[in-house]
Design a protein around this ligand. Structure first.
Ligand SMILES: Cc1cc2nc3c(=O)[nH]c(=O)nc-3n(C[C@H](O)[C@H](O)[C@H](O)COP(=O)(O)O)c2cc1C
Ligand SMILES: [Mn+2]
Length: 482
């Protein structure tokens, strides 16, 4: 298998550029709030953004790689609606026959090593108005189990405290938390690398949920499936860590267990600020980078929905396809913060399996709070269509499944201390089907061969000269001003 363009962010930017999918901001932009404010205006659009002129820095900042499924689909040469299936097939191949990473000695990230660690040399933005400081939030953490040596990939947010210190947020149940606990027991420090400016192969490996990549597996191999070639890794120069030699930046880091410092607030994927609290202190011992790096940052919105959410969708889809006959598709809605609400599409084969699907979905992705199951005549990516199924097919006295006091996502304000209630909505027709629930349909027609005039729609009173279709409105602002 030949390696494709997905292993290198530089090639990815060139590829997107050739498709007209890079917006270049050439005006000078301040890292403090302005950059994120501009990015927020372009969020979800068809283009990623390159800030070429960052105030006080020679290095550009890149954002938006994950904020549109159309862009991701174009990059991966797939129809965007088939991405969950594609991702789940990559993960399945890795589970069955992993292609282990290949250790190499060099790579572009070693083009320049800072003689002295100084995080302030990097163009790290401050995103939201109340954020506690500049943040790394798009870096892939590569760590090794202190007991077994098994590698783990994850993404965590790191707040910059000073020239060589970060404070990190590790959610409950993360494998990095497990490794840190093991290091504490062994009375060791925990070392790892942060790799910033990588492609979606490594990013998706890091975002693969624990349910698909348990802690005894080396989830770095997932990246190999996306790259169509073994992922390259290299030894650190200062610490016993593994890092990505093809990244834009790689930091060698160390946590001394129980050393804590204040982290936050940070605008999170929920649309709320994560609270400031004592969290682990990270010492940065070395910084490597390309000679001409691009710093990647992520606004915690759609980009997280299309990475954590997309990987969650892929795992729910793979699990349901094994367990529930008739499952067609899964979508984590964007109104549901990208991974709190799953909509499952089911071609029912037996009565009662729509409720089985609700239970299996919750088990396959614990951050979910809502699951809605609909029939296969409903467009799961269209909120109005899903609501139509809910309005006409949900039987509230039988089809609502409430689960109290269950583990959920700690960032969701409904889950203080990771505990809250979840609800499933069975919006499927009663099975076997009756005519009563058959969806009305019109003959599918193409307009290609049909003569039809589609005039430009204008505001009242603004009709074009010579158009005598109807009278001028008799208002003061109407005719008089024209
Ligand atoms: C942009 C982004 C930021 C994230 N930030 C955090 C974070 O600050 N803390 C955290 O524990 N998980 C965060 N996550 C989620 C984890 O990286 C993700 O759930 C991952 O699968 C965890 O890996 P693990 O199962 O190996 O622990 C983030 C994910 C993304 C895509
Ligand atoms: Mn893991």
């Amino acid at each position: 298998m030949g390696e494709n363009h997905l292993s290198d962010l530089g090639r990815i930017i060139e590829d997107l550029d050739a498709m007209g999918r890079i917006a270049r901001v050439t005006s000078e932009v301040d890292l403090q709030h302005d950059l994120a404010g501009i990015a927020a205006r372009l969020e979800s659009g068809p283009r990623a953004v390159l800030f070429e002129n960052v105030k006080g820095h020679a290095q550009p900042v890149f954002t938006g790689l994950y904020w549109s499924r159309e862009l991701l689909g174009a990059l991966m040469r797939r129809d965007p609606s088939t991405l969950p299936q594609f991702v789940s097939e990559c993960i399945k191949r890795w589970q069955q026959n992993p292609v282990p990473p290949e250790m190499v000695r060099s790579g572009p990230v070693f083009e320049y090593s800072e003689p002295e660690v100084d995080l302030y040399k990097l163009p790290i933005p401050v995103h939201a108005l109340n954020d506690g400081g500049p943040y790394f939030d798009a870096g892939v953490v590569i760590a090794r189990d202190p007991q077994t040596g098994v590698r783990n990939a994850s993404i965590q947010r790191f707040m910059v405290i000073n020239r060589n210190t970060l404070h990190v947020n590790i959610d409950a149940g993360r494998h990095l938390e497990l490794y840190l606990n093991k290091a504490r027991e062994l009375q060791q420090t925990l070392t790892f690398s942060i790799n910033c400016g990588v492609g979606p192969g490594l990013h998706f490996a890091a975002a693969t949920p624990a349910e698909a990549a348990p802690p005894d597996t080396d989830e770095l191999g997932i990246a190999s499936e996306f790259h169509e070639a073994p992922l390259r890794l290299a030894e650190g120069r200062r610490l016993p860590v593994h890092l990505a030699p093809d990244a834009m930046y790689a930091l060698e880091c160390e946590i001394i267990p129980d050393e804590m410092g204040e982290e936050g607030p940070f605008a999170e994927v929920t649309g709320y600020y994560a609270r400031r609290a004592p969290r682990p202190v990270v010492h940065v011992r070395a910084i490597h980078r390309r000679a001409r790096p691009v710093f990647q940052t992520i606004l915690s919105g759609v980009e997280v929905w299309n990475s954590v959410g997309l990987l969650g969708e892929a795992n729910v889809l793979a699990t349901l396809q094994r367990q529930i006959p008739g499952v067609q598709d899964v979508y984590f809605t964007h109104g549901g913060c990208g991974f709190y609400h799953a909509v499952v599409q089911l071609a029912q084969k037996r009565a009662g399996w729509s409720k089985q699907a609700i239970m299996a979905t919750f088990a396959a992705f614990p951050p979910l709070k809502l699951v809605t199951v609909v029939d296969d005549d409903v467009d799961i990516r269209n909120a109005s269509d899903v609501e139509w199924a809910m309005a006409t097919r949900l039987n509230p006295s039988e089809g609502v499944l409430v689960i109290d006091k269950v583990f959920g996502h700690g960032l969701n304000p409904g889950f203080p201390d990771y505990l809250g209630s979840k609800v499933g909505f069975d919006c499927c027709r009663p099975y076997p089907y009756s005519d009563q629930y058959e969806r009305a349909a019109y003959k599918p027609m193409s307009l290609d061969a049909i003569a039809v005039s589609l005039p430009e729609v204008r505001a009242p009173g603004s009709q074009a000269a010579g158009d005598d279709g109807y009278a001028q409105p008799a208002t003061a602002s109407g005719g008089a001003a024209m």
